[in-house]
Design a protein around this ligand. Sequence first.
Ligand SMILES: Nc1nc2c(ncn2[C@@H]2O[C@H](COP(=O)(O)OP(=O)(O)O)[C@@H](O)[C@H]2O)c(=O)[nH]1
Ligand SMILES: [Mg+2]
Length: 360
Amino acid sequence: MLRIGIVGLSLVGKTTLFRILTHAQTGKVPGGKPEAHVGVVKVPDPRLDRLAEMFHPQKVIHASIEYVDTPASVIQLARTGTQAAALKEMNALAHVVRVFEDSTIPVEGDAVDPKRDTESVELELILSDLAIVEKRLERLDKDLKKQKSPALEKEHLALGKAKEALEGQKPLRELALSPEEELALRGFTFLSLKPMLYVLNLGERDAARTDAAEEFALDTGLKQRPKTAVTAVCGKIEEELSELSDAESAEFLASYSLKESAISRLIRSSYRLLGLISFFTVGEDECRAWTIREGTTALEAAGEIHSDIQRGFIRAEVIPYADLIDAGGFAEARTRGTLKLEGKDYIVHDGEIVHFRHSA
Ligand SMILES: Nc1nc2c(ncn2[C@@H]2O[C@H](COP(=O)(O)OP(=O)(O)O)[C@@H](O)[C@H]2O)c(=O)[nH]1
Ligand SMILES: [Mg+2]
């Protein structure tokens, strides 16, 4: 399961966001120590809903992501070894940034300043990585003096490249790495290498501003950075929304001139940020979205479902979502020739409906 860590400074809305995402009640564990909370969240996908209308399956299974609420300021976490280890397990980070003004809630620094917060957290992640890189390089220098080793030399080169970036205050996620360098660095689980989703926590007054994330991305220079995305929510409104029925929430949204909850968008951004796509399997028993990385082959995709299906793989019947909807069913799609037979090296695309033919 893919894990996204919800991180940020203190009192910015991390737990609020986590609770909205998971609809979970959070408590404190005995002893007063706040625990890290983990919750599995469905990835909303209107395409899957539409397929379910077409096939009337008994079960509809969405793709899912695991979100983890972190208990303290990310700066504190990055500085404490044991806590940083928990951060290292995450596949990506969602950095909640306080934009809302509220005089009753203490703010780090003199005033609410989202740009400053993103920069100071980024710097902290960079410093945490730099300390690891320097320590390892020292060790490697010693070892390489004693004995030449191509593997260690490769690692040395990759770490040297990382060091240069970090010293220039560039997070590792923005570094163009060859597959070999990526492999050499992977084991260190660097924090600044993780894909980063900035989640602006807006005040109620700004909730209807659909351009808030875009404007922030432009102002801070975060737009178009690799493995970086920005999205905005209003924690306060989403919190109230999550407690309402569907009918009530439509009315509530309208009172803020909002069309839809920002949470679906947030979840979809996290999913995309991880380089993930979905393919679907459909049938009367089950319609299901499966999560794969971009570039996954039909044979690998089969393995996501079951190792038996992978082992007995014969062919994949594939049709893009729009073509199936257009045809209204498999029979018509077959007639039109939009349902295709593909081999094991076929690269599966986002939204394709796949049926695997396999031997038992
Ligand atoms: N006014 C306002 N308050 C918020 C918003 N989001 C969270 N809060 C409040 O800020 C406080 C801290 O939130 P919390 O989620 O516990 O922050 P954390 O320390 O980052 O986990 C709580 O009292 C929340 O109700 C928001 O969008 N607007
Ligand atoms: Mg919290």
